[in-house]
Design a binder for this molecule. Structure first.
Ligand code: NDP
Length: 336
């Protein structure tokens, strides 16, 4: 039997799309209810913040309005439908789903993107698990599936002190490749260097392509991991070596405009525009990559920097993230 839940809950809601963060509202909203036998309601404790929320808010990616934001969280199972056997009330999980910037989120027991967490997990780890899945799995899958990074390769990493960027820097360096980290300030570049980047380029003050040529002896890089999008596309393209791979995986500065396919021919460039879910869709993929990620985190091999904020302060968090003021990962503490 499931305990009764409060009628309303606190959430971050958008009722309309907007460039401005002013469309983000911290409001009371109906708590989800069990309406089918396979429903599971999770009482969230921590929810990771990702840049993707800006795209849903602005309408760059479509979303049905009104919408509660959020893509990942860790929390405790609070109620289950009659036919749920996989979970019981009190189980702790970390998971990927929409609508996690909320006290309660309804998922289905068939949702595959769930990581069971032992009941004795420390608060610190529970917080980390609620904030590492999107960015950790993105970095981990992309360096094998989007471009299988090899020892000795020169690899360009954009926004190298950001959430995904700093994980890419560590994982690519650990493979024995030479990371060329790009970021907009010297402070951010110092973070990237500390995490293993061999070379750093300040995108505000330096000529990126001149520096890449100098570092690679004129050859260019084997791959570029480019999350910046519109503003960086041409620079990344020029930086690639013959037969290089362009991993375009984000739109932080805006969406990359369509390009003629012939553009790829002169250097035989491979261009890929991956999304995480396409690499962890099969149960064995989810299992493989999440267990690898947990091992890297638990052993301390993969370091991530967590900043905690309150759910009610998400508007300020989004402002900081989108104006390039943050490094590392921000996690929201959900009121209990
Ligand atoms: P970040 O922490 O990397 O924050 C974004 C960073 O982008 C900024 O700190 C800034 O770094 C850089 N940036 C460059 N130009 C701009 C601009 N005009 N406005 C804002 N930021 C800019 O965010 P995340 O780690 O959460 O995400 C990184 C990117 O990866 C996002 O584009 C996200 O959508 C994408 N992503 C894609 C996934 C996929 O499946 N394809 C999965 C996860 C993330 P600097 O100041 O150093 O330039």
């Amino acid at each position: 039997m499931s305990p009764s839940l409060p009628k309303t809950q606190k959430v971050i809601l958008i009722e309309e799309n907007g460039e401005s963060v002013d469309v983000l509202k911290y409001v009371d909203s109906p708590t989800p209810e069990i309406t089918s036998p396979h429903d599971v309601i999770v009482k969230n404790q921590f929810a990771g913040v990702n840049f993707i929320e800006a795209y849903f808010r602005k309408g760059i990616y479509p979303v049905q309005l009104p919408a509660i934001l959020g893509r990942e969280a860790s929390g405790v199972v609070a109620a289950v439908g009659d036919e749920v056997t996989k979970y019981k009330v009190g189980d702790k999980i970390a998971y990927l789903s929409t609508q996690t910037f909320a006290q309660y989120t309804k998922i289905q027991d068939s949702l595959q993107a769930v990581l069971p967490v032992g009941k004795d997990v420390s608060d610190e780890k529970f917080k980390a698990y609620g904030a590492i899945l999107v960015q950790g799995l993105t970095a981990l899958t992309f360096i094998t599936e989007a471009h299988n990074v090899q020892k000795g390769e020169y690899i360009l990493v954009w926004a190298a002190a950001g959430g995904v960027g700093r994980l890419l820097v560590q994982l690519i360096s650990a493979r024995g490749a030479h990371v060329i980290a790009i970021a907009s300030t010297d402070e951010k570049l110092a973070v990237a260097k500390e995490l293993g980047a061999e070379f750093v380029i300040n995108s505000t003050t330096e000529d990126i392509n001149a520096k890449v040529k100098e570092i690679t002896g004129g050859k260019g890089v084997a791959a570029t991991f480019d999350s910046v999008g519109k503003d960086s596309f041409d620079i990344s393209f020029e930086a690639l070596a013959r037969k290089g791979t362009f991993v375009s995986y984000g739109n932080s500065s805006g969406v990359v405009p369509p390009l003629p396919i012939n553009k790829l021919s002169p250097k035989n460039i491979k261009l890929t525009r991956p999304q995480l879910f396409g690499y962890v869709a099969a149960p064995e993929e989810w299992e493989h990559y999440t267990s690898t990620l947990l091992k890297l985190i638990d052993s301390g091999e993969l370091k991530f920097e967590l900043h905690t904020a309150k759910l009610e302060d998400y508007k300020q968090v989004a402002t900081n993230l989108e104006s390039r003021k943050t490094t590392g990962k921000i996690v929201l503490e959900i009121p209990q």
